[in-house]
Design a binder for this molecule. Structure first.
Ligand code: G6P
Ligand code: FE2
Length: 191
């Protein structure tokens, strides 16, 4: 069912699992994250064994116009790849000067944010916490917990997603598990 963004409508999201029964989610499996984790061999090995679902989110067909708002939930499942926590690909907006806001509904983790000048911030995500991703800042949801990390997001309909730089360079900082705890480290692939 498509939503008409020119008329009022409601879509229900389950506050516990983040899913909606009214619309299919967009799913990202290990196979759709080639090169996104620091340890690509570990990712490939895991994929060969079980191409598991890493995250899923909703793209409800908001018109790509400045006056419309794209929104939905995003669910990042628990896990690690070579010690690096499950996460979304992360992206800059194609229209760089557009912001995004998230509120965490369940779970725990970080929103890794980084601007083109290389400033970064790992903003903790926990239920009730609303996190702002300013215009010009790339953003990536990282699940450091043992349960799904569920957020609700909203951004300008025409913002677009630019994965190129992230795919090429990766983020400046990674979050890995060390002695069972999340640690922010320098991305070895970025000098
Ligand atoms: O696009 P990714 O970085 O893979 O993240 C997946 C999705 O989840 C986030 O919640 C964003 O709001 C979406 O715009 C994004 O597409
Ligand atoms: Fe975004």
């Amino acid at each position: 069912m498509a939503f008409n963004f020119d008329l009022p409508f409601r879509i229900d999201f389950d506050l516990i699992n983040g899913l909606s029964q009214q619309y299919p989610s967009s799913k990202r499996y290990l196979s759709s994250m080639k090169g996104m984790y620091n340890d690509e061999e570990a990712r490939a090995r895991m994929q060969a064994e079980n191409d598991q679902l890493v995250y899923e989110f909703y793209e409800l067909g908001a018109p790509e116009l400045p006056g419309d708002i794209a929104f939905g939930t995003s669910i990042v499942y628990p896990g690690t790849v070579g010690g690096e926590y499950f996460m979304t690909n992360g992206h800059f907006h194609t229209i760089l000067e557009t912001a995004e806001v998230y509120i965490c509904l369940q779970g725990e983790g970080y929103m890794m944010e980084e601007n083109p000048e290389g400033d970064w911030d790992a903003v903790p995500l926990k239920p009730g916490g609303a996190v702002y991703c300013p215009k010009r800042w790339a953003h990536r949801s990282i699940n450091t917990g043992k349960t799904p990390l569920i957020t609700f997001f909203a951004f300008r309909g025409d913002a677009g997603h630019n994965y190129g730089i992230i795919k090429e360079l990766g983020y400046k900082k990674l979050i890995v598990e060390k002695d069972g705890k999340p640690v922010v480290i320098d991305n070895p692939k970025r000098v």
